[in-house]
Design a protein around this ligand. Structure first.
Ligand SMILES: C[S@@+](CC[C@H](N)C(=O)[O-])C[C@H]1O[C@@H](n2cnc3c(N)ncnc32)[C@H](O)[C@@H]1O
Length: 365
């Protein structure tokens, strides 16, 4: 019974995205930069839309409760039957239950309304990793820390098959909705800690955008972003798994953030050691350097995104972060991308520092 219901939901989701395509909603979404802040930008222009598109945008992007008769007929009909995803209030108005739905980068994606404590993530770094995907025909791809499945779905489009691994059940459930909404049959979402993910498959391409922000333990940071004190806690585990799961000629692309002291990266020795332990050769691209001192954008951003607007928590986090930065003589942070392949007996690391060029690389903190 449950399976039947899920299959019916999947079929309806595909019908919904097909109906939305005809209304111009996908094209509307594609008119915005896909990174963070889409909802805020859409809200600014929502009153300029024609009534049907406006109602669709209200329902799918702006968390509105919408009278079904204001929606395009087919969209209203399908949404009305998708009662696992849309709710009806006492007045019969439809609303998305804690989700948004948008088209972006060629995918239909259910996400959560933008909030710092979300279980699912989509941001500028999502795009940074998406731009590094190189699935080849017939390849098997693995996306660790898949969140809503963005990279797994993108890789699956070109590859023979793709697997996304995600530890958070809410994120994994949303990723499964996204697999259905895109009508994909070669992409599977596995609910698992990446360290416990078991498979006999070896992968030609592995991608990962892990929780990557450097956060001292005194700060209760949202799970999706907390990379531990040096930002590398999950990255280390990903490289270790890449050492096991890559096919002989396979490649991994992992993005991250590392700390800098006196303006120089202070994390390359650690990456080299982790890579060597995993039997990998690493090409590291340092993309951007950003100031990480008291009052800098990164410093204030970490406090805001962990403490929210509560002044007492903000003050506590400020003290903890200042102590952390001072004690470790940190003054900067680097966004980086690692290209990893099997070392075949000669592990090593090669670093290209794009931060010295003045133009930097794709994606910054
Ligand atoms: C920054 S988000 C990236 C999501 C998506 N790949 C993207 O680029 O937008 C990191 C994701 O890693 C997941 N995660 C954290 N630790 C994990 C682990 N040990 N195993 C699997 N997933 C994990 C989090 O729940 C979160 O969804």
């Amino acid at each position: 019974m449950h399976v039947t219901r899920t299959l019916e939901t999947h079929r309806l989701l595909l019908d919904l995205t097909e109906a939305l395509e005809l209304t111009g909603f996908a094209s509307f979404c594609d008119s915005f930069h896909p990174g963070s802040g889409v909802e805020a930008r859409v809200a600014l222009i929502a009153d300029r839309l024609d009534p049907e598109l406006g109602a669709t945008v209200d329902l799918l992007l702006l968390r509105g409760a919408v009278e079904p008769e204001r929606l395009p007929g087919r969209v209203a009909e399908i949404a009305g039957r998708l009662d696992e995803i849309f709710v009806r209030d006492a007045d019969g108005r439809l609303a998305l239950d804690g989700l948004t739905l948008r088209h972006t980068m060629g995918l239909w994606l259910f996400l959560q309304p933008e909030h710092r404590r979300n279980a699912v993530y989509f941001g500028d770094d999502t795009i940074g990793l998406a731009a590094r995907l190189r699935p080849r025909p017939q390849s098997a791809c693995l996306d660790l820390c898949t969140g809503p499945g963005t990279q797994a779905l993108l890789a699956g489009r070109a590859a023979r098959m793709a697997v996304g691994v995600e530890v958070n059940p809410v994120a994994a459930a949303i990723a499964n909705l996204n697999v259905a909404a895109n009508g994909v049959s070669n992409t599977e979402i596995v609910l698992s800690d990446l360290a416990e993910f078991r498979t006999d498959q070896r992968f030609d391409f592995i991608s990962a955008n892990p929780p990557l922000l450097p956060v001292p333990p005194e700060i209760d940071y949202p799970f999706i972003g907390d990379g531990g004190e040096d930002g590398l806690r999950v990255t280390e585990r990903i490289l270790a798994r890449a050492g096991e799961l890559l096919a002989p000629e396979g490649v991994a692309e992992v993005i991250g953030v590392g700390l800098g002291v006196k303006g120089a990266p202070a994390f390359l020795d650690k990456l080299a050691a982790v890579g060597a332990e995993a039997g990998l050769f690493l090409n590291v691209f340092l993309l951007r350097r950003t100031e990480f001192a008291v009052g800098s954008g990164l410093f204030n951003g970490l406090i805001l995104s962990s403490a929210g607007t509560d002044p007492a928590v903000q003050a506590r986090h400020h003290i903890a972060l200042e102590g952390f930065v001072d004690a470790n003589a940190i003054d900067s942070a680097f966004t980086f991308a690692v290209h990893a392949r099997r070392a075949g007996g000669s592990p090593g690391i090669r670093v290209l520092n794009l931060t010295e060029t003045g133009f930097g690389g794709l994606w910054s903190v």
